[in-house]
Design a protein around this ligand. Structure first.
Ligand SMILES: NC(=O)c1ccc[n+]([C@@H]2O[C@H](COP(=O)([O-])OP(=O)(O)OC[C@H]3O[C@@H](n4cnc5c(N)ncnc54)[C@H](OP(=O)(O)O)[C@@H]3O)[C@@H](O)[C@H]2O)c1
Length: 336
């Protein structure tokens, strides 16, 4: 039957095309060699608290030497004592430097030079220093936008700039940018914060293309709400809409988030997400970002459409929350 032959021929061509596409993708995706943390020098900005401190603990447990950067000296010393409890050998050191990573690039460069003289070249830099301000766009002060961009964005650019040349010369290294799920999806109340976290992704993609031939790998971490002092502070002034939207996902423990970030960074994975929601968000917002495994590339190709469909449920329910809050507010204003 001619139509059977035609069907077989079409099927054969489709199978062959899929196989060739797979081979082509495999040739594009080169998995980096994992970075061993034993004896490595890891610098963590914002390492005196929350996610940064948990990342420092996780790296220390794996035998790394740590430099913590943050402003408040007594909190740095407290964190140092806490991290030192997890030593796996008696040579390990936790070095602390008080510095504002968002101001005076020359000073940031100087302290990182000092850290490298003490503990050797930086093998992994984790940019976790960050802060958040929530509020409706018109209620936020324009200074809030400047300050958040300065800490969350420039505070990651400066330390990275100070170590990247040595990493390229040594043909090894890892840089982590701690973004946020609010850096993948803009949410009510986060106009100032989200923009700074989206900015990190652009920086990371462009930088990854520049440094990949030098065996330097970038990771952008997108943590969900995480139980940290920073989160507790932010929660004090969170708008009702923002709080109700956030309640769609559970609050994570910083140690859990840190374990995932460290694992993904040592493996050279570009996007690092936590939990099922985080994973789905990562897949649908991947765009043309770098892939470090064939599995990741195939998952994006196969699942993006379905996950995008599911995402409409979330955006519709978030819009519904915002509308309900507005109606409620208008009603109570009329009553007053
Ligand atoms: N917690 C969450 O729910 C969540 C979710 C998604 C993303 N994130 C992101 O994860 C990162 C860590 O958040 P966290 O909740 O762990 O915060 P945190 O508990 O408030 O810790 C912030 C750390 O950054 C340091 N820091 C802040 N500004 C600095 C500056 N200008 N120079 C140097 N160090 C500075 C702080 O120390 P000093 O104040 O002493 O300088 C502290 O060590 C942030 O980038 C945040 O945006 C957090």
């Amino acid at each position: 039957m001619p139509w059977v032959a035609l069907l077989l021929a079409v099927g054969g061509v489709a199978l062959l095309s899929a196989f060739l596409l797979l081979l082509y993708l495999a040739s594009l995706v080169t998995s980096p060699k994992p970075l061993a943390l034993s004896g490595a020098h890891v610098v963590v900005t914002g390492g005196s608290s929350g996610i940064g401190k948990s990342i420092a603990v996780e790296c220390f447990k794996q035998g790394a030497f740590i430099t913590l950067l943050a402003r408040n000296e007594s909190r740095l010393l407290e964190a140092k004592k806490e991290i030192e409890k997890y030593a796996v050998n008696d040579k390990q050191v936790v070095h602390c430097i008080s510095v504002d990573v968002s101001k005076d690039y020359a000073n940031v460069e100087r302290v990182l030079k000092q850290a490298q003289e003490k503990l050797g070249p930086v093998d992994m830099l984790v940019n976790s220093a960050g802060t958040s301000v929530t509020g409706k766009f018109e209620d936020l002060n324009t200074k809030n936008f400047e300050e958040l961009m300065s800490v969350n964005y420039l505070g990651s650019v400066y330390p990275t700039h100070a170590v990247i040349t040595t990493m390229k010369e040594r043909r090894m290294g890892r840089i982590v940018f701690v973004s946020s799920q609010a850096g993948q999806l803009g949410l009510f109340g986060y106009t100032a914060y989200s923009a700074t976290k989206f900015a990190l992704r652009g920086l990371a993609e462009a930088l990854q293309m520049e440094v990949k031939p030098y065996n330097v790998y970038i990771t952008v971490a997108y943590p969900p709400d995480t139980d940290t002092p920073g989160f507790a502070e932010e929660s004090k002034t969170k708008l009702l809409e923002t709080r109700l939207i956030s309640e769609a996902s559970p609050v994570c423990k910083p140690d859990h988030v840190a374990r995932i970030i460290v694992k993904d960074a040592t493996q050279g994975k570009f996007g690092s997400s936590v939990g099922t929601d985080g994973h789905m968000l990562n897949v649908i917002t991947t765009g043309m970002s770098p892939m470090t495994s064939l599995g990741e590339a195939l998952e994006a190709i196969i699942c993006t459409g379905f996950f995008r469909l599911l995402s409409h449920y979330y955006t519709a329910s978030f819009d519904n929350i915002v509308r309900r809050c507005m109606i409620q507010k208008e009603k109570s204003e009329k009553m007053d």
